[in-house]
Design a protein around this ligand. Structure first.
Ligand SMILES: NC(=O)c1ccc[n+]([C@@H]2O[C@H](COP(=O)([O-])OP(=O)(O)OC[C@H]3O[C@@H](n4cnc5c(N)ncnc54)[C@H](O)[C@@H]3O)[C@@H](O)[C@H]2O)c1
Length: 326
């Protein structure tokens, strides 16, 4: 089969990362078109990559016979574009967060799934070597997950506005919310706190910069997350520890962890994986498209993880525990 014809919708920071991942799979896919809002910047982005530049999504879909569109629009600008791609028959990889509210997420999942295209959501932590090794290991049930996400940057203008990004929990911490679902399943309750602690005088910055979340299961299991945007400037610090019946995992990234067997003879394995999770995620989408199978992380997972992130935000705003299951 010839290489899949790929189009990029959204040519910003993560769009460039995905373009690099496409280039790392030259036998499987080729970036043939890019669509952005600003004509000049989109042309500059496309030129370096020998792809055609568009500012009109429908024109790109009409003219390029795309097999796959990678959608990296910021969350506030998802007003039917992704559904239009699916209706045109192109498969999809959609960046997180899928949407800013549950009705929009659920409608997108329903509309896209009705078209029958392959559609995946970009929770690429799940493709890391250390995460995959944990999933394949005989860990027993996870009792406790403790995760952290800390940075200190102003990010893009849209990121600082809750109406556009949803805030740090929805836009960044959601990666670990998804990991908790991946490793522990669906929690029954959530309690959270969030505050704009150090940026209330920064114009246009109305999202939280500190937060803490506790997910609970009725059988006693617990997952906690703490996050901030007031930590070391320019450094993205992510880590999580997972305590299961027969194994403890201390992760410093999706690829790097120490997994220690805690039942029987205690022994530790250090994982330092080489996998680029953006490339692995695209390779998985290629597999799903060419074999007619399902992607490893279907789009509906984006709506399910969004539900937990939204509930955490609601809990913080209403200062009460939210029940997630009946
Ligand atoms: N998986 C990850 O680790 C990761 C990392 C960063 C960002 N993201 C996600 O990727 C998305 C984009 O983030 P970013 O950092 O690249 O943002 P960005 O601001 O750098 O880029 C967004 C681009 O989309 C373009 N755009 C906006 N609306 C458009 C429209 N309607 N049609 C065409 N182009 C449009 C903008 O002009 C801009 O070039 C967000 O959803 C973000 O959460 C994911």
């Amino acid at each position: 089969m010839s290489a899949l014809r790929v189009g990029l919708l959204g040519c910003g920071g993560i769009g460039a990362r995905h373009a690099g991942a496409v280039a790392a799979l030259p036998d499987d896919m080729e970036l043939v078109a890019c669509c952005g809002r600003d004509a000049e910047r989109t042309r500059a982005f496309a030129e370096g990559r020998t792809a055609a530049a568009y500012t009109d999504l429908d024109a790109m879909l009409r003219q390029e016979r795309l097999d796959l569109v990678i959608a990296t629009l910021p969350p506030y600008n998802r007003g039917g574009e992704i559904e239009r791609v699916a209706k045109a028959g192109a498969h999809l990889l959609v960046e997180k967060p899928i949407a800013l509210n549950q009705p929009a997420a659920d409608a997108m999942v329903a509309d896209v799934s009705a078209t029958g295209v392959v559609a995946a959501i970009g929770f690429m932590y799940r493709f890391g070597d250390a995460v995959r090794r944990w999933k394949a290991a005989d860990t027993g049930e996870v009792g406790l997950y403790a995760g952290a996400y800390h940075c200190n940057a102003l990010h893009a203008d849209w990121w600082r506005e809750e109406a556009k990004s949803g805030g740090q929990i929805l836009e960044q911490v959601i990666h670990q919310v998804d990991l908790i679902r991946h490793l522990m399943g669906e929690p029954d309750t959530v309690y959270a706190r969030r505050a704009n602690f150090a940026h209330h005088d920064t114009p246009g910055y109305d999202v939280e910069d500190i937060s803490a979340i506790v997910f609970g299961w009725d059988d006693g299991r617990i997952a906690t997350l703490n996050a901030s945007n007031i930590a070391v400037p320019g450094v993205w610090h992510k880590e999580w520890a997972v305590y299961a019946e027969r194994m403890t995992g201390r992760f410093t990234s999706w690829n790097d962890a120490v997994l220690t067997r805690t039942a029987g003879e205690v022994s530790a394995e250090e994982i330092a994986g080489p996998t680029d999770p953006f490339v692995a995620q695209l390779a998985d989408v290629h597999r799903a498209i060419t074999t007619g199978g399902a992607p490893y992380i279907p789009l509906a997972e984006g709506a399910a993880s969004l539900k937990l992130a939204l509930a955490a935000r609601q809990s913080a705003d209403e200062r009460r525990e939210i029940r997630l299951t009946a």
